[in-house]
Design a binder for this molecule. Sequence first.
Ligand code: ADE
Ligand code: ZN
Length: 324
Amino acid sequence: MPLKAELHCHIEGAAAPELVIRQAEKYGKDPSAFIQNGSFVWTDFTSFLAAYDFAADLFRSEEDYARLAEHYLTSLARDGAIYSEVFTSPDHAIKAGLSPKAYTDALGEGMARAKAKTGIEGRMIVTGVRHVGVESIEAVARFAARCGHPLVTGFGVAGDERMGDFEDYVRAFEIAREAGLGITIHAGELLGWESVKGALDHIRPSRIGHGVRAIENPDLVKRIADEGVVLEICPGSNVALKVFDSFAAHPFRRLRDAGCKVTLNSDDPPYFWTSLKREYDIAAEHFGMDEKALSAVTRTAIEAAFVDKKTKAALLARLEAHKR
Ligand code: ADE
Ligand code: ZN
C-alpha cells in the first residue's frame, strides 16, 4: 500500500452520516431531509451545499470539533496517510455559535490527539466561503493572519464558484500572503478554464483546488505545468458532482502527462462516497497509476504542503524509507 498525503479535504465535509445523525440527536434536529439509508442525499451542487451546511451546523462545541478532527485524521492514518491538510471554515463555526479561535483551537486539539495515536501530521488551511461574501472572506483572512495557531499554515477560498469574482478576493489573499500563509483557491470545478486562468492571474496561488477544467485550454495546461502550480485533484468528487461523466473522461492522467503537478484528494469524502484510500484506488484502476506513480503523487503533495521545512524533510524521509 502506498503512503498517502492529502491537501484538500473540508473538515466539516469529512463527518460521516452516522456521526451527523448522532450530532442531530444531540441537538434535537431531524436529519431525514439530508440523510437517508445511511447516506447523504443531494442532487446537484446547490443541494450538496445545503446538506453540507445542515451537517456543519450540528458541530457546535469545542469537543464536537475536536472529535471530528481526531476521527478524520485517525481514519486517514489507518488508510496509510502520513500527512493531512484540512480546510477549516470559521464562518461555519460562527453560525454554529463558536468563536473562530475556540473552533481552531478545538480542531488543533483533535489533530494533536490523532498525531499522538497514529503519528499523522496535520495542518489547517483557514478558508473563506464565496457564497458567504467578500467581507466575511476578508474577515476570515484577518483571523488566519493573526490567530498564531502553530497548525494554521494556509489560507484558501472555497464555496460556490459561480458567485463573486477573483478580483474581489485579492485583498484577502494579500493579507494572508503577508502573514506568511500558503495560498490555495478553488477554481475550475463548476466553471471552465477561464476560472483557473482568473485565479492564476489575480490570486497567484501555489496550488489550485480542483483546477481540472483547465484541460479545456491546452495553453493554460502548459502554463500550469511551466509555473509548477500544484493541482489538488478530487476525482471522486468531480464524478459525483458530474463535472465529468466518468473516471474514463476525467483529465487526471492527461494533466499529469502534460507535466502538471497533480495530487489526489477526497474533498468531502462521505458526500461523494469516497475516502483518500478510494481516490488512490481510483487512480490505480482508472488512470493506470502503479505503486511507484502513486508514491510520486504523495511526494508531490508533501513537496507542495504548507508545512515547515523540517517537518517536510521528515515526511519525505518517511516516504523514501517506505519505498525501500
Ligand atoms: N466546499 C465544500 N466542498 C466544496 C467543493 N467541492 N467545492 C467548493 N466548495 C466546497
Ligand atoms: Zn473543495
